[in-house]
Design a protein around this ligand. Sequence first.
Ligand SMILES: Cc1cc2nc3c(=O)[nH]c(=O)nc-3n(C[C@H](O)[C@H](O)[C@H](O)COP(=O)(O)OP(=O)(O)OC[C@H]3O[C@@H](n4cnc5c(N)ncnc54)[C@H](O)[C@@H]3O)c2cc1C
Length: 379
Amino acid sequence: MRILVVGAGIIGAALADRLTRAERDGRSGPRDEVTVIEEREPGAGTSGTSYAWINANDPGDPAYHRFRTAAMSAWRDLAAGFGGPAWYRPAGNTTWATTEDAKGRLADRVARLADLGYAAELIGLDRLRELEPHVRAPQDALIAHYPDEGYVQGGSAARALARRARESGAGIITGHRAVRLNTEGDRVTGVRLDDGRDLDAGLTICAAGRHSPALLATAGVPLPLVDPSEPGSAAPCLVATTSTARDVLNGLVHAPGLSARQAEDGGLVLEADDLDAGVDESAAPALVRAVGAELLARARTLVPGLTADVAGVRRCVRPLPVDGYPLTGSQRPGLYTAVTHSGITLGPFLAALICQEIHGHESPALDSYRPDRVPARRR
Ligand SMILES: Cc1cc2nc3c(=O)[nH]c(=O)nc-3n(C[C@H](O)[C@H](O)[C@H](O)COP(=O)(O)OP(=O)(O)OC[C@H]3O[C@@H](n4cnc5c(N)ncnc54)[C@H](O)[C@@H]3O)c2cc1C
Protein backbone atom coordinates (compact mmCIF):
# COMPACT_ATOMS: atom_id res chain seq x y z
CA MET A 1 0.00 0.00 0.00
CA ARG A 2 1.16 3.54 -0.69
CA ILE A 3 1.01 5.51 2.59
CA LEU A 4 1.45 9.27 2.92
CA VAL A 5 2.24 10.70 6.36
CA VAL A 6 1.64 14.45 6.59
CA GLY A 7 3.91 15.93 9.27
CA ALA A 8 7.25 14.83 10.70
CA GLY A 9 6.87 15.82 14.33
CA ILE A 10 7.21 13.11 16.93
CA ILE A 11 3.95 11.49 15.79
CA GLY A 12 4.63 11.43 12.04
CA ALA A 13 8.30 10.52 12.45
CA ALA A 14 7.55 7.71 14.91
CA LEU A 15 4.88 6.43 12.54
CA ALA A 16 7.16 6.50 9.50
CA ASP A 17 9.86 4.72 11.52
CA ARG A 18 7.43 2.10 12.76
CA LEU A 19 5.85 1.53 9.36
CA THR A 20 9.21 1.01 7.68
CA ARG A 21 10.54 -1.09 10.56
CA ALA A 22 7.52 -3.37 10.29
CA GLU A 23 8.96 -4.18 6.88
CA ARG A 24 12.41 -4.79 8.23
CA ASP A 25 11.13 -6.81 11.18
CA GLY A 26 9.80 -9.33 8.70
CA ARG A 27 6.09 -8.51 8.71
CA SER A 28 4.45 -10.64 6.06
CA GLY A 29 2.39 -9.25 3.19
CA PRO A 30 3.21 -6.83 0.39
CA ARG A 31 5.63 -4.01 1.09
CA ASP A 32 4.25 -0.58 1.92
CA GLU A 33 5.64 2.48 0.21
CA VAL A 34 5.86 5.22 2.87
CA THR A 35 6.29 8.92 2.05
CA VAL A 36 6.42 11.69 4.66
CA ILE A 37 5.55 15.26 3.71
CA GLU A 38 6.93 17.93 6.03
CA GLU A 39 6.43 21.63 5.47
CA ARG A 40 9.66 22.55 7.26
CA GLU A 41 12.10 19.98 8.72
CA PRO A 42 11.45 16.96 10.92
CA GLY A 43 10.96 18.09 14.52
CA ALA A 44 10.58 21.77 13.59
CA GLY A 45 7.00 22.03 14.90
CA THR A 46 5.61 21.67 18.40
CA SER A 47 7.76 18.61 19.10
CA GLY A 48 10.89 20.74 18.86
CA THR A 49 9.70 23.30 21.41
CA SER A 50 7.88 20.95 23.76
CA TYR A 51 8.72 20.61 27.41
CA ALA A 52 8.61 16.91 26.50
CA TRP A 53 8.09 15.25 29.88
CA ILE A 54 7.42 11.54 29.51
CA ASN A 55 5.03 10.54 32.24
CA ALA A 56 1.84 8.88 33.45
CA ASN A 57 1.68 11.12 36.48
CA ASP A 58 -2.11 11.57 36.64
CA PRO A 59 -3.93 8.75 38.45
CA GLY A 60 -7.34 10.35 37.78
CA ASP A 61 -8.30 8.09 34.87
CA PRO A 62 -6.78 4.64 35.54
CA ALA A 63 -7.30 3.42 31.95
CA TYR A 64 -5.50 6.46 30.49
CA HIS A 65 -2.85 6.14 33.19
CA ARG A 66 -2.21 2.52 32.06
CA PHE A 67 -2.12 3.68 28.43
CA ARG A 68 0.53 6.26 29.31
CA THR A 69 2.50 3.76 31.40
CA ALA A 70 2.64 1.51 28.33
CA ALA A 71 3.82 4.56 26.36
CA MET A 72 6.68 5.07 28.85
CA SER A 73 7.76 1.45 28.20
CA ALA A 74 7.56 2.04 24.46
CA TRP A 75 10.07 4.91 24.86
CA ARG A 76 12.44 2.65 26.83
CA ASP A 77 12.34 0.05 24.04
CA LEU A 78 12.73 2.64 21.32
CA ALA A 79 15.69 4.31 23.05
CA ALA A 80 17.34 0.90 23.57
CA GLY A 81 17.04 0.35 19.83
CA PHE A 82 18.98 3.58 19.27
CA GLY A 83 21.66 2.47 21.78
CA GLY A 84 20.75 4.94 24.55
CA PRO A 85 20.73 8.21 22.61
CA ALA A 86 21.57 11.54 24.31
CA TRP A 87 18.14 12.92 23.37
CA TYR A 88 16.39 10.46 25.71
CA ARG A 89 16.80 11.31 29.42
CA PRO A 90 14.98 8.88 31.75
CA ALA A 91 16.40 10.80 34.71
CA GLY A 92 13.32 11.03 36.96
CA ASN A 93 11.09 13.85 38.09
CA THR A 94 11.08 15.63 41.44
CA THR A 95 8.36 17.93 42.64
CA TRP A 96 7.23 19.52 45.87
CA ALA A 97 4.42 21.37 47.58
CA THR A 98 4.56 24.06 50.24
CA THR A 99 0.98 24.97 51.18
CA GLU A 100 -1.15 22.63 53.28
CA ASP A 101 -3.68 22.18 50.46
CA ALA A 102 -1.02 21.41 47.90
CA LYS A 103 0.75 19.03 50.29
CA GLY A 104 -2.52 17.14 50.78
CA ARG A 105 -3.01 16.85 47.01
CA LEU A 106 0.56 15.72 46.44
CA ALA A 107 0.45 13.09 49.19
CA ASP A 108 -2.83 11.80 47.76
CA ARG A 109 -1.40 11.66 44.23
CA VAL A 110 1.68 9.75 45.35
CA ALA A 111 -0.46 7.27 47.30
CA ARG A 112 -2.86 6.72 44.38
CA LEU A 113 -0.04 6.33 41.87
CA ALA A 114 1.77 3.88 44.17
CA ASP A 115 -1.49 1.90 44.48
CA LEU A 116 -1.57 1.67 40.70
CA GLY A 117 1.95 0.18 40.78
CA TYR A 118 3.63 3.35 39.51
CA ALA A 119 7.04 4.31 40.88
CA ALA A 120 6.17 7.26 43.16
CA GLU A 121 7.63 8.07 46.56
CA LEU A 122 7.83 10.83 49.13
CA ILE A 123 11.41 11.82 49.91
CA GLY A 124 13.22 14.12 52.33
CA LEU A 125 15.51 17.07 51.74
CA ASP A 126 18.62 14.88 52.03
CA ARG A 127 17.45 12.70 49.16
CA LEU A 128 16.54 15.80 47.14
CA ARG A 129 20.12 17.01 47.61
CA GLU A 130 21.43 13.68 46.29
CA LEU A 131 19.11 13.77 43.29
CA GLU A 132 19.37 17.48 42.47
CA PRO A 133 22.38 18.94 44.31
CA HIS A 134 22.00 22.46 42.84
CA VAL A 135 18.33 22.85 43.68
CA ARG A 136 16.89 24.40 46.84
CA ALA A 137 13.45 23.60 48.26
CA PRO A 138 11.95 25.13 51.43
CA GLN A 139 12.67 23.22 54.65
CA ASP A 140 8.99 22.45 55.17
CA ALA A 141 8.31 21.26 51.60
CA LEU A 142 6.64 17.92 50.98
CA ILE A 143 8.75 16.38 48.23
CA ALA A 144 7.85 13.60 45.79
CA HIS A 145 10.04 11.73 43.34
CA TYR A 146 9.06 9.68 40.30
CA PRO A 147 12.18 7.76 39.23
CA ASP A 148 10.79 6.24 36.01
CA GLU A 149 9.80 9.52 34.40
CA GLY A 150 12.03 11.53 32.12
CA TYR A 151 12.11 13.66 29.02
CA VAL A 152 13.31 13.75 25.45
CA GLN A 153 14.79 16.48 23.34
CA GLY A 154 11.80 16.36 21.01
CA GLY A 155 13.36 17.89 17.91
CA SER A 156 16.34 15.54 17.96
CA ALA A 157 14.13 12.53 18.65
CA ALA A 158 11.89 13.35 15.67
CA ARG A 159 14.93 13.91 13.44
CA ALA A 160 16.49 10.59 14.50
CA LEU A 161 13.24 8.72 13.81
CA ALA A 162 12.79 10.40 10.42
CA ARG A 163 16.41 9.62 9.53
CA ARG A 164 15.99 5.97 10.45
CA ALA A 165 12.74 5.80 8.46
CA ARG A 166 14.55 7.23 5.45
CA GLU A 167 17.35 4.67 5.86
CA SER A 168 14.68 1.97 5.93
CA GLY A 169 13.18 3.14 2.66
CA ALA A 170 10.70 5.93 3.47
CA GLY A 171 10.63 8.96 1.20
CA ILE A 172 10.87 12.21 3.17
CA ILE A 173 9.76 15.33 1.31
CA THR A 174 10.71 18.46 3.26
CA GLY A 175 10.00 22.09 2.52
CA HIS A 176 6.59 21.37 1.02
CA ARG A 177 3.15 21.75 2.51
CA ALA A 178 0.16 19.56 1.82
CA VAL A 179 -2.36 22.26 0.92
CA ARG A 180 -5.36 19.95 0.65
CA LEU A 181 -6.58 16.39 0.86
CA ASN A 182 -7.62 15.04 -2.54
CA THR A 183 -10.87 13.10 -2.61
CA GLU A 184 -12.97 10.91 -4.86
CA GLY A 185 -16.44 10.80 -3.39
CA ASP A 186 -16.01 9.94 0.28
CA ARG A 187 -12.51 8.50 -0.18
CA VAL A 188 -9.33 10.44 0.47
CA THR A 189 -6.95 9.62 -2.36
CA GLY A 190 -3.86 11.61 -1.35
CA VAL A 191 -2.76 15.22 -1.08
CA ARG A 192 -1.94 18.21 -3.23
CA LEU A 193 1.40 19.89 -2.42
CA ASP A 194 2.06 23.62 -2.44
CA ASP A 195 3.93 23.27 -5.76
CA GLY A 196 0.82 21.81 -7.41
CA ARG A 197 1.94 18.17 -7.38
CA ASP A 198 -0.70 15.58 -6.53
CA LEU A 199 0.52 12.58 -4.52
CA ASP A 200 -1.78 9.56 -4.58
CA ALA A 201 -2.04 7.10 -1.73
CA GLY A 202 -4.10 4.18 -0.50
CA LEU A 203 -3.88 5.73 2.95
CA THR A 204 -3.14 9.30 4.02
CA ILE A 205 -2.22 9.77 7.67
CA CYS A 206 -2.77 13.24 9.07
CA ALA A 207 -0.02 13.83 11.67
CA ALA A 208 0.15 17.58 11.19
CA GLY A 209 -0.23 18.39 14.90
CA ARG A 210 -1.89 21.71 15.64
CA HIS A 211 -2.30 22.36 11.90
CA SER A 212 -4.38 19.20 11.40
CA PRO A 213 -7.82 20.88 11.56
CA ALA A 214 -6.91 23.14 8.62
CA LEU A 215 -5.75 20.23 6.46
CA LEU A 216 -8.69 17.99 7.38
CA ALA A 217 -11.15 20.82 6.73
CA THR A 218 -10.17 20.75 3.04
CA ALA A 219 -12.07 17.45 2.84
CA GLY A 220 -14.83 18.58 5.21
CA VAL A 221 -13.48 16.47 8.08
CA PRO A 222 -13.84 18.01 11.55
CA LEU A 223 -11.33 17.60 14.38
CA PRO A 224 -12.16 18.73 17.94
CA LEU A 225 -8.99 20.63 18.87
CA VAL A 226 -9.03 23.65 21.18
CA ASP A 227 -8.93 26.78 19.02
CA PRO A 228 -5.77 28.73 19.96
CA SER A 229 -7.33 32.01 18.82
CA GLU A 230 -10.27 31.83 21.26
CA PRO A 231 -9.95 34.26 24.16
CA GLY A 232 -8.59 32.42 27.19
CA SER A 233 -7.66 29.38 25.09
CA ALA A 234 -5.50 26.84 26.94
CA ALA A 235 -3.57 25.97 23.76
CA PRO A 236 -1.07 28.87 23.47
CA CYS A 237 1.85 28.97 25.90
CA LEU A 238 5.35 30.37 26.34
CA VAL A 239 8.55 28.40 26.89
CA ALA A 240 11.84 30.07 27.80
CA THR A 241 15.34 28.75 27.33
CA THR A 242 18.41 30.10 29.08
CA SER A 243 22.00 30.54 28.09
CA THR A 244 24.44 27.84 29.18
CA ALA A 245 23.73 26.36 32.61
CA ARG A 246 25.36 22.98 32.13
CA ASP A 247 24.59 20.07 34.50
CA VAL A 248 22.49 22.24 36.80
CA LEU A 249 19.60 19.77 36.77
CA ASN A 250 19.68 16.02 36.61
CA GLY A 251 16.05 15.19 35.85
CA LEU A 252 12.87 17.24 35.65
CA VAL A 253 12.09 19.57 38.54
CA HIS A 254 8.56 20.84 39.17
CA ALA A 255 8.68 23.45 41.90
CA PRO A 256 5.58 25.50 42.74
CA GLY A 257 5.42 28.01 39.87
CA LEU A 258 8.19 26.56 37.73
CA SER A 259 8.86 23.51 35.56
CA ALA A 260 12.49 23.11 34.55
CA ARG A 261 14.86 20.71 32.83
CA GLN A 262 18.10 20.85 30.87
CA ALA A 263 17.87 21.92 27.22
CA GLU A 264 19.89 20.15 24.58
CA ASP A 265 22.38 22.99 24.11
CA GLY A 266 23.33 23.13 27.79
CA GLY A 267 20.83 25.78 28.89
CA LEU A 268 17.59 25.24 30.77
CA VAL A 269 14.00 24.91 29.52
CA LEU A 270 11.60 26.87 31.76
CA GLU A 271 7.81 26.86 31.80
CA ALA A 272 5.05 27.97 34.20
CA ASP A 273 1.36 27.37 33.56
CA ASP A 274 0.24 30.41 35.58
CA LEU A 275 2.23 32.72 33.28
CA ASP A 276 0.43 31.42 30.18
CA ALA A 277 -2.86 33.05 31.17
CA GLY A 278 -3.68 35.76 28.65
CA VAL A 279 -0.97 34.64 26.24
CA ASP A 280 -1.95 34.08 22.64
CA GLU A 281 -0.07 33.58 19.41
CA SER A 282 0.18 37.29 18.83
CA ALA A 283 1.30 38.09 22.39
CA ALA A 284 3.08 41.44 22.44
CA PRO A 285 6.89 41.27 22.60
CA ALA A 286 6.85 43.20 25.89
CA LEU A 287 4.60 40.56 27.48
CA VAL A 288 6.79 37.76 26.12
CA ARG A 289 9.92 39.45 27.52
CA ALA A 290 8.24 39.97 30.89
CA VAL A 291 7.32 36.29 31.10
CA GLY A 292 10.91 35.37 30.24
CA ALA A 293 12.23 37.63 33.00
CA GLU A 294 9.78 36.17 35.54
CA LEU A 295 10.71 32.60 34.59
CA LEU A 296 14.39 33.45 35.04
CA ALA A 297 13.71 35.03 38.44
CA ARG A 298 11.91 31.86 39.53
CA ALA A 299 14.78 29.73 38.19
CA ARG A 300 17.26 31.78 40.24
CA THR A 301 15.24 31.03 43.37
CA LEU A 302 15.19 27.35 42.46
CA VAL A 303 18.92 27.24 41.72
CA PRO A 304 20.77 29.78 43.90
CA GLY A 305 23.82 31.15 42.11
CA LEU A 306 22.41 30.51 38.64
CA THR A 307 24.18 32.97 36.35
CA ALA A 308 22.44 32.13 33.06
CA ASP A 309 20.23 34.67 31.30
CA VAL A 310 17.17 34.25 29.12
CA ALA A 311 18.30 33.14 25.67
CA GLY A 312 14.85 33.13 24.10
CA VAL A 313 11.13 32.79 24.72
CA ARG A 314 9.07 30.80 22.22
CA ARG A 315 5.35 31.19 21.60
CA CYS A 316 3.98 27.66 21.28
CA VAL A 317 0.58 26.12 20.62
CA ARG A 318 -0.40 22.80 22.12
CA PRO A 319 -2.35 20.48 19.79
CA LEU A 320 -5.00 20.15 22.48
CA PRO A 321 -8.06 17.93 21.90
CA VAL A 322 -11.06 19.53 23.57
CA ASP A 323 -11.33 16.71 26.12
CA GLY A 324 -7.55 16.24 26.41
CA TYR A 325 -7.43 12.69 25.06
CA PRO A 326 -5.80 11.46 21.82
CA LEU A 327 -7.59 11.64 18.46
CA THR A 328 -6.57 8.51 16.56
CA GLY A 329 -8.47 6.59 13.96
CA SER A 330 -9.89 6.42 10.47
CA GLN A 331 -12.14 9.37 9.67
CA ARG A 332 -12.90 8.56 6.02
CA PRO A 333 -11.92 5.72 3.70
CA GLY A 334 -8.27 6.35 2.87
CA LEU A 335 -7.73 8.75 5.80
CA TYR A 336 -6.30 8.12 9.27
CA THR A 337 -5.86 10.88 11.85
CA ALA A 338 -3.19 10.84 14.59
CA VAL A 339 -3.27 14.02 16.67
CA THR A 340 -2.79 14.37 20.41
CA HIS A 341 -1.60 16.43 23.29
CA SER A 342 1.06 14.64 25.35
CA GLY A 343 2.26 13.54 21.95
CA ILE A 344 5.81 13.27 23.23
CA THR A 345 4.83 10.75 25.89
CA LEU A 346 2.51 8.88 23.55
CA GLY A 347 4.29 9.06 20.15
CA PRO A 348 6.13 5.73 19.93
CA PHE A 349 3.31 3.78 21.58
CA LEU A 350 0.65 5.30 19.35
CA ALA A 351 2.84 4.59 16.33
CA ALA A 352 2.99 0.90 17.25
CA LEU A 353 -0.77 0.64 17.76
CA ILE A 354 -1.60 2.59 14.61
CA CYS A 355 0.81 0.52 12.56
CA GLN A 356 -0.98 -2.68 13.67
CA GLU A 357 -4.33 -1.10 13.02
CA ILE A 358 -3.70 -0.01 9.47
CA HIS A 359 -2.44 -3.48 8.73
CA GLY A 360 -5.77 -4.98 9.68
CA HIS A 361 -5.48 -5.62 13.44
CA GLU A 362 -7.71 -3.14 15.23
CA SER A 363 -6.22 -1.85 18.47
CA PRO A 364 -8.87 -2.04 21.23
CA ALA A 365 -6.53 0.20 23.28
CA LEU A 366 -7.44 3.02 20.88
CA ASP A 367 -11.22 2.49 21.11
CA SER A 368 -11.70 5.32 23.63
CA TYR A 369 -9.68 7.75 21.55
CA ARG A 370 -11.47 7.83 18.18
CA PRO A 371 -11.66 11.29 16.57
CA ASP A 372 -15.40 11.07 16.01
CA ARG A 373 -16.25 10.42 19.67
CA VAL A 374 -18.38 13.06 21.32
CA PRO A 375 -15.86 14.93 23.45
CA ALA A 376 -17.21 14.07 26.86
CA ARG A 377 -15.24 16.23 29.19
CA ARG A 378 -12.29 18.54 29.40
CA ARG A 379 -9.38 17.06 31.37
C1 LIG B 1 4.97 24.14 25.64
C2 LIG B 1 4.55 22.73 25.42
C3 LIG B 1 4.83 21.79 26.39
C4 LIG B 1 4.45 20.47 26.19
N1 LIG B 1 4.78 19.56 27.15
C5 LIG B 1 4.56 18.26 26.92
C6 LIG B 1 5.04 17.30 27.86
O1 LIG B 1 5.62 17.67 28.88
N2 LIG B 1 4.84 15.99 27.58
C7 LIG B 1 4.19 15.57 26.45
O2 LIG B 1 4.04 14.38 26.26
N3 LIG B 1 3.70 16.48 25.56
C8 LIG B 1 3.88 17.80 25.77
N4 LIG B 1 3.43 18.72 24.88
C9 LIG B 1 2.64 18.27 23.73
C10 LIG B 1 3.54 17.67 22.66
O3 LIG B 1 4.66 18.47 22.47
C11 LIG B 1 2.75 17.52 21.38
O4 LIG B 1 1.59 16.74 21.64
C12 LIG B 1 3.57 16.84 20.29
O5 LIG B 1 4.81 17.48 20.12
C13 LIG B 1 2.78 16.85 19.00
O6 LIG B 1 3.55 16.22 18.03
P1 LIG B 1 3.04 16.20 16.54
O7 LIG B 1 3.99 15.35 15.76
O8 LIG B 1 1.60 15.83 16.50
O9 LIG B 1 3.07 17.74 16.08
P2 LIG B 1 4.29 18.62 15.57
O10 LIG B 1 5.52 18.37 16.31
O11 LIG B 1 3.79 20.02 15.50
O12 LIG B 1 4.51 18.07 14.12
C14 LIG B 1 3.61 18.33 13.06
C15 LIG B 1 4.45 18.62 11.83
O13 LIG B 1 3.58 18.77 10.73
C16 LIG B 1 4.09 19.77 9.87
N5 LIG B 1 2.93 20.23 9.11
C17 LIG B 1 1.82 20.84 9.59
N6 LIG B 1 0.93 21.04 8.60
C18 LIG B 1 1.49 20.53 7.47
C19 LIG B 1 1.05 20.43 6.13
N7 LIG B 1 -0.15 20.87 5.76
N8 LIG B 1 1.89 19.86 5.22
C20 LIG B 1 3.10 19.40 5.61
N9 LIG B 1 3.57 19.47 6.88
C21 LIG B 1 2.76 20.01 7.79
C22 LIG B 1 4.67 20.80 10.81
O14 LIG B 1 5.68 21.56 10.17
C23 LIG B 1 5.22 19.92 11.94
O15 LIG B 1 6.60 19.66 11.79
C24 LIG B 1 3.77 20.07 25.03
C25 LIG B 1 3.49 21.02 24.05
C26 LIG B 1 3.88 22.33 24.24
C27 LIG B 1 3.59 23.34 23.18
